[in-house]
Design a protein around this ligand. Sequence first.
Ligand code: SAH
Length: 410
Amino acid sequence: MIFPALSNIAGPSAQKIVLRVSANAEKNIRRGHPWVFEKSILKQSRRGAPGELAVLFDAKRKFLAIGLYDPTSPIRVRILQSEKPAVINSNWFQEKIHTASALRQPLNAPHTNGYRLVHGENDGLPGLVVDRYADALVVKLYTPAWIPYLKEICGAFPSYKHIVLRFSRSVQKQTAALQGLADGSMLTSHTPPSAILFKENGIIFECDPINGQKTGFFLDQRENRERIRNLSQHKTVLNVFSYTGGFSLYAAAGGAKTVTSVDLSLPATQAILRNIKHNQQLPEVRAAKFETLTEDAFKALTEMNAGGRKFDLVILDPPMFAQNQTQVEAALSAYRRLTQLGLSVLKSGGILAQASCSSRVSAERFFESIHQAAQAARRPLQEIERTGHALDHPIAFKEGAYLKCLFAIA
Ligand code: SAH
């Protein structure tokens, strides 16, 4: 496969950087943690560029690990391999990608062709995400250290027609490290489609891989969406923070009478209307009544409550509230406020589904705060289920666990 956008990209230098790290970092690496922070580096052979290979030694000069060097991030090295030395080359990358693909094999069915193929650290490829949408891939980099290896990575997926490159916000700021590549670059030579259609559990969605949030869709909620389908028959459903209507379409497909979606983003709510059109082959979707509001969620919920509106099922799936440790308490307070607002528009005996994607907020504290808010609102919850990660979003280290969702009757 030819990747025109990558023709001028320099590969990594043959000369590795040699690092000695602190005892604490050594302990973490031996336990399998994939990050080495700048402050734990005691000695370094020379300066390096993003993506150079760094070989790490312990205090006794014994081999510890090999990883990707990134001078632009406080996470200075992301570990590729520890314990035994390895040659990091195309074969090494291919093998990792094959292992990750094999894990997803159960998902690759005719009714689902959108899922995460590579989940960064959790698949042994730290800082690299690859999402599949039918015959398109979105490769998203959380460190510029992957740029020198893009040809190898893309070459491991020869059967995909479109490959789009995306950068995390922090990487986008490091323009000098990007070797002329822009967020949203097409790596394959085909004309970029403005919207890709893919299937998730038999429901058709479009995603905009270039301008959409994340990689175009929130694939991590697939199983929770399926749960909502199974809970929606004959119900009036409110989907708050709906994005392009993932939960909304599942609710309709599950036989919901009415589905109200709320999101602040106009491109997202406009896409809901198109996603409804894409699913007119489903009689339940044809029969459902949809309402779409482009509004701030807190304001919309407050107004609905003031107007006395009530629903049978309320879904709350907000964006990440805590970017770092200092924001955890504020995030928990926002989750409590949301629970309260969600319950204020939920009929007695209705179902609340509330999710969090903040990795800094532990599942325990999140669930506890929902219960606290429900008790304060005199709507004690009877739990149906607590859910976490799906197969294509495995968890291999502490920070890898971020998604949690509570389903409860109130
Ligand atoms: N449930 C969605 C994913 C939600 S992601 C799905 O299954 O696809 C979070 C969404 O919250 C994004 O679409 C973002 O546009 C929206 N958002 C962020 N802040 C908001 C606010 N204050 N009010 C309403 N929507 C908001």
